[in-house]
Design a protein around this ligand. Structure first.
Ligand SMILES: Cc1ncc(COP(=O)(O)O)c(C=O)c1O
Length: 439
């Protein structure tokens, strides 16, 4: 029984009702953010905020300095080229060689307004290259807004939860979708948001080989580049490298976000890199939408032109500055972001000590890594209800239901905004929750 909760219960109840959402636990990430902002403002009680994947670190100074310099040079007055500024394209290509060990020409390395736009543009071209195909297969759980993108474009999609199809089982599961002949593209994130599952080489090989066989384009979302903290992928030009499907197929687009690995979310500049072969490939069906049948050409002068005509000029130089420093070894991003994994280890234990369980708890045969997110449940609750109940205890998160997960009991927590000096408060609130609800 809930009583005398850390957050004024009447305000929580009223705000949940006022939100206009039928079920708050099914709200989008941004809707939960808005609701919690409003409860915090009305009660003056600070929440443990775990709903949104915002970097909790400062941006690298090299990026900030490079942007300021570019602004002083007057770039703000000029339209940037849609395909990106030369310096950035070259640094992206070098970065991909040094940290993924694959070769992509600068021509096919293109800045986007975050990986959000990278995904949108990818769907706009990859899902329109063959009139007999219908849309995207999402390997879930996943980032909900990407399905929203496919929906607003009027494409079809299907999805399945990877948890029960790890390792060799992935092949037969993928085949059930690919054999329909209707799949244009496959999208997954690796490490996975929200489960923090990391694909093995065997799994990437299965995906790559099937993409070749069924002529499907893999959109590999590396939003958490290098953030499987069990390995250090951050030494330029030295193994181990960030795993990628690019080792097994030429049918790929990489989306590399600068938001988390480089704490550069606010500048909305990410990277799209298309395999050289795919970039040059001709698809006559693209002419239904674009003036060219070339994949790369349609991406730049069709999709990206229509979306925003390029990326903020100064932000491109900021990212180029960061990449230059990462590439020449003077800035090691891993040293900054590994703090997330260290915090996750402590926070997970606080949940486990107080009656909660981890939902995605295994990466095949190993415990799931400590990363940017973790997933939890509490006995007797569905995730959507647990999320709502936790609001009374000053803890915010999102339900796994909105991520395409089959684990309806689950909730996703993001560690980034919870500072270490809030761990005691988190523990206190979890203890209160457990005392009120323990079966
Ligand atoms: C899996 C995934 N893809 C893409 C994005 C968006 O990245 P960006 O900030 O580069 O648009 C996120 C952000 O949280 C994400 O989690």
């Amino acid at each position: 029984m809930r009583n005398n909760t850390p957050v004024n219960a009447k305000v929580v109840k009223d705000e949940v009702l006022n939100s206009g959402l039928e079920k708050i636990g099914r709200g989008s990430i941004r809707e939960i953010v808005k609701l919690v902002n409003s409860i915090e403002a009305k009660t003056g009680t600070e929440f443990i905020r775990m709903e949104m994947g915002v970097p909790g670190l400062s941006p690298p100074q090299v990026g900030v300095d490079a942007e300021i310099e570019a602004l002083k040079r007057g770039v703000a007055a000029k339209y940037p080229m849609i395909e990106g500024v030369k310096d950035l394209k070259e640094e992206i290509s070098i970065f991909i060689k040094l940290f993924l060990n694959i070769d992509i020409n600068p021509e096919a390395c293109i800045p986007t307004v975050g990986s959000m736009m990278g995904a949108m543009a990818s769907f706009m071209v990859a899902n329109r290259n063959d009139h007999t195909k219908e849309g995207t297969l999402f390997i879930d759980p996943g980032f909900p807004v990407q399905k929203q993108q496919v929906r607003v474009l009027g494409h079809d999609y299907c999805s399945f939860d990877i948890y029960n199809y790890r390792g060799p089982k992935l092949k037969s599961k993928l085949l059930t979708y690919l054999k329909t002949g209707k799949i244009s593209s496959i999208l997954y994130s690796n490490p996975n948001n929200p489960s923090w599952i990391c694909f093995t080489e065997e799994e990437l090989q299965i995906i790559g080989e099937l993409a070749n066989k069924y002529d499907v384009i893999v959109i590999e979302d590396l939003a958490y580049f290098g953030m499987d903290f069990r390995k250090d992928y951050s030494q330029p030009g030295k193994p181990p490298y960030q795993p990628t499907v690019g080792n097994y197929t030429d049918n790929y687009i990489l989306l590399i976000s600068s938001s988390k690995a480089f704490s550069y979310a606010g500048q909305r500049v990410g990277m799209m890199a298309i395999s050289d072969k795919l970039f040059a490939r001709k698809y006559p069906d693209l002419l239904r939408y674009y003036t060219s049948d070339g994949f790369g050409y349609s991406m730049i002068y069709g999709a990206l032109y229509a979306l925003s005509s390029g990326v903020t000029h100064s932000a491109q130089y900021g990212l180029a500055g960061i990449l230059k420093a990462v590439n020449n070894g003077s800035y090691n991003y891993f040293e900054d972001v590994k703090e997330y994994g260290e915090k996750a280890k402590i926070m997970k234990q606080l949940f486990l000590n107080n009656g909660f369980s981890m939902v995605y708890d295994k990466d095949i045969d190993q415990p799931i890594a400590d990363g940017f997110y973790f997933t939890f449940s509490y006995p007797g609750f569905l995730g959507v209800d647990l999320l709502e109940e936790l609001l009374y205890y000053g803890i915010s998160a999102i339900s796994l239901e909105i991520t395409g997960s089959s684990r309806k009991e689950g909730v996703r927590a993001c560690v980034s905004l919870v500072q270490r000096n809030k761990f005691n408060l988190l523990e206190e609130r979890l203890m209160r929750f457990n005392a009120d609800h323990s079966p």
